[in-house]
Design a protein around this ligand. Sequence first.
Ligand SMILES: Nc1ncnc2c1ncn2[C@@H]1O[C@H](COP(=O)(O)OP(=O)(O)OP(=O)(O)O)[C@@H](O)[C@H]1O
Ligand SMILES: [Mg+2]
Length: 299
Amino acid sequence: MTKRLPSLDILVAGDVNADLLINGQARFEQGKELLLDDATLTLGGSSSITAFNLARLGVRTGMLGWVGADAFGRFVRERLEEAGVDVTWLRETRAMKSGLTIWASSGARKAGLTYPGTIARLRSRDVTAEALGCARHLHIGAYFLLGGLHRGAGAVLARARRLGLTTSLDCNWDPSGAWDSGIRAALAHTDLFFPNEPEALRLTGRRNVRAAAEELAALARVVAVKRGAKGALVHSKLGWLEVKAPRVRAIDTTGAGDSFNAGFLAAYLEGKDLEACAERGVAAGALAVTRVGGTPAFV
Ligand SMILES: Nc1ncnc2c1ncn2[C@@H]1O[C@H](COP(=O)(O)OP(=O)(O)OP(=O)(O)O)[C@@H](O)[C@H]1O
Ligand SMILES: [Mg+2]
């Protein structure tokens, strides 16, 4: 029997939700109603932002995850479809509401509140062999928010590799503060790991970013540490790579890391070397911060 060629370059599995970005106040005052300068409902979700931007960069992208049968669920599905993301594997449930993140910012201050909802519903059994068989690469975003996947994430990534896919993982901040949740088992089956600097330090308990990257690269094959305006540091068995970020006027950093992942992965799936991948990642991250929200700079 001849094997069908994958119809997608990448399957992104993880959090799919809306972001409500409010600007002008970064705190609540008990018993008071405060006025905002701006409010924007936009595509959020670390994984869904990466998927959207990958599709806009011309990569054949599918999104696997859950939304609720509600207005937020319809909103994110429409945004992904507009970008050209294949939503065959985006499932809807009536049993739970869609997740939502509120980002409140005022000047340089920023605070986030997340209602996990369907974000935590994703299970390893949802990442079927049929879905994996459609793609060349599996990316999982926002690992620490995916409570339902923690026990099976290592097995999912291992299954993807057995089916011939390469794999990547972003962890994002761990709201539980545990900095474990089975991530080491998942990293053992990960080709590319994309933490930011504070996350890499927390995960390893190190004070030095190079020591943290080295320790993490003993688990995953390649570790690309995102360093905000400083750019990125990549460690693999080939050694170190440092890519500086271009100077840009940063308006809003929401989704910068997710956009970095999209740029890096777009180059990786074109077969580029790690330096070119890191450069594309840094360029995509720098582009993202020039607009409010994680995707508007890619529309
Ligand atoms: N102020 C900035 N100026 C230029 N580039 C930036 C700036 N902030 C972020 N970037 C680019 O975006 C990339 C990712 O940013 P960052 O390190 O903030 O990721 P992150 O913390 O994972 O983001 P996220 O909030 O999406 O999780 C950086 O490596 C850099 O290339
Ligand atoms: Mg991040």
